[in-house]
Design a binder for this molecule. Structure first.
Ligand SMILES: Cc1cc2nc3c(=O)[nH]c(=O)nc-3n(C[C@H](O)[C@H](O)[C@H](O)COP(=O)(O)OP(=O)(O)OC[C@H]3O[C@@H](n4cnc5c(N)ncnc54)[C@H](O)[C@@H]3O)c2cc1C
Length: 469
């Protein structure tokens, strides 16, 4: 028997169901990765994530070589060419079955369906990206949950009843192979700040659990603090699995936390949000197609202010917490969750610009860009999503800064023009700057938040009025 494993967003050898099942009983295994640079561009993904992907593919190749599993990297432009390419490639080889872990975007699902139709061998597909498989948690009415809290309750009940399954890496299937580093084409921006590979991800996970898991709930909202795990780039490309996160929690706390208030629960809850958005993406394909979860919100009259959008992207809005966050994103490819919420609220509720433009900008910058979480986060902030922030809850960028970066430490890290501004003035520094530092160059606030907030609420109220007519 010979099995082929098709790696996609599951670049790991441990807890990889497709690889584990393919290699069961010592079956001979080969691996393939299909790079689609045109599709990467079409999905608007970042040059930094591409670099991270390339480096992690090298790390995977090294791991597979140690196990005696050869990896071939094939290249075509887009997903549309993948079925034909695989069929031709397989004509010259003999395999009994293809193994892969499921990908959840609509383009990926269409590609996989076409592959299954064209290939002469069975395709075996597994859940490798969620603790609880998509589609397996449903309401009493048989539908996907549209609200997080009951989803989380059901998710926790499933975990409590059935636990989770952590698969080992397969035993070596042959002598170590010579290692040929694959190299991906296309625009790349250095991602060296993030070490590549499963071992690096595991080390980060262990460190986080030892140092920050217990007080994550208290520290997670402060961007100047290092209180979150920074594991999102690894989870996004499948270098780490959510089961591995659960195992690390259990190893640290000696049990899994099942209710609010237990140490570590706040972090587990974020992993459940991740699964909520992934389950939604599978249940509602329109989310992969740039459509709002709440169809009525498609009628919102978003502003076409290109200049406002540019100013937001560049971090020149005149609101320090927004600007620091946006400049951090552009330079590092990563942004703290509290800041993602603040800047997303600012774009949609203060500038009234379509969430889809923000979603696309994030995708083009993020090293952890991932359709389900990015779309979920943007639609949550914009008030168009499942279990979204209520439309009348508009983040005030000044008071958010005061609450979550009280001393301005994060702001000063990214806005050199504000280095000298004292903490009590840092969130509204304009008067101080005009008096103490003429010619400072920091812009005045581009909008009046109070007025912008009322306008946003009126936009949503008008939707309700349309429904009532
Ligand atoms: C507008 C917006 C856009 C976002 N875009 C993305 C994205 O493209 N990719 C991405 O991975 N996350 C995204 N998030 C979710 C969240 O901001 C990041 O996952 C988190 O900041 C990553 O940091 P961390 O690894 O330190 O997270 P931790 O706080 O340590 O959380 C652990 C893991 O849980 C998951 N997670 C945490 N919060 C969320 C959440 N709110 N929704 C879904 N999953 C979550 C992530 O995989 C994260 O790595 C977005 C949130 C918003 C509001």
């Amino acid at each position: 028997m010979r099995h082929l494993v098709w790696f996609r967003t599951d670049l790991r050898v441990a807890d990889n169901p497709a690889l584990y099942e393919a290699a069961a009983d010592g079956t001979e295994v080969e691996a393939v990765y299909i790079d689609c640079p045109g599709q990467w561009q079409e999905h608007g993904k970042s040059a930094m994530q591409r670099d991270f992907l390339s480096r992690n593919l090298q790390a995977l190749n090294e791991q597979l070589a140690q196990l005696g599993i050869p990896l071939t990297v094939l290249t075509v432009d887009t997903f549309a060419e993948v079925p034909g390419l695989l069929a031709r490639w397989l004509e010259e080889r003999t395999f009994d079955a293809l193994y892969a872990n499921r990908e959840i975007g609509i383009d990926e699902r269409r590609r996989d369906k076409a592959v299954q139709q064209i290939l002469p061998i069975p395709c075996r597909v597994y859940n490798g990206d969620c603790v609880v498989d998509h589609g397996s948690l449903i309401t009493r009415g048989g539908d996907m949950f549209k609200v997080f809290t009951p989803f989380a309750k059901s998710w926790l009940a499933r975990l409590s009843a059935g636990g989770y399954r952590l698969l080992p890496m397969p035993a070596a299937l042959g002598e170590p192979l010579p290692f040929k580093p694959p190299n991906l084409s296309g625009e790349r921006v250095s991602s060296e700040a993030w070490p590549a590979g499963e071992a690096a991800a595991a080390e980060r996970l262990t460190q986080f659990c030892q140092l920050s898991l217990r007080d994550y709930g208290e520290r997670r909202d402060f961007p100047a603090d290092d209180g979150t795990s920074s594991l999102s780039p690894y989870l996004a490309l499948g270098i780490m699995s959510p089961n591995q996160c659960l195992a690390a929690i259990e190893a640290e706390l000696e049990q899994l936390p099942f209710s609010r208030g237990e140490p570590g629960f706040a972090w587990l809850n974020e992993l459940i949000w991740r699964e909520f958005y992934r389950h939604l993406l599978v249940a509602f394909p329109r989310l992969s197609m740039g459509r709002a979860f709440k169809p009525d919100t498609e009628a919102l009259p978003w502003s076409r202010d290109d200049e406002g959008f540019r100013v937001w992207c560049e971090g020149q809005t005149g609101y320090p917490i927004v600007d620091a966050a946006m400049r951090c994103l552009k330079q590092t490819g990563w942004m703290h969750n509290r800041l993602r919420m603040i800047v997303a609220s600012f774009l949609t509720k203060d500038l009234h610009i379509d969430w889809r433009r923000g979603e696309a900008w994030f995708m083009s910058c993020l090293i952890d860009g991932e359709l389900a979480a990015n779309n979920g986060g943007w639609q949550w902030a914009a008030g168009t999503g499942a279990d979204a922030a209520p439309y009348f809850r508009v983040f005030n960028p000044t008071t958010q800064g005061e609450r979550f970066d009280a001393e301005g430490d994060f702001i000063r890290r990214w806005l050199p023009e504000l280095t000298e501004v004292p903490a009590r003035m840092i969130h509204a520094p304009h008067d101080w700057l005009d008096n103490q530092s003429p010619g400072h160059g920091y812009p005045k606030p581009m909008v009046d938040h109070g007025r912008a907030r009322l306008h946003a609420i009126a936009m949503f109220d008008a939707l309700k009025d349309r429904e009532a007519v």
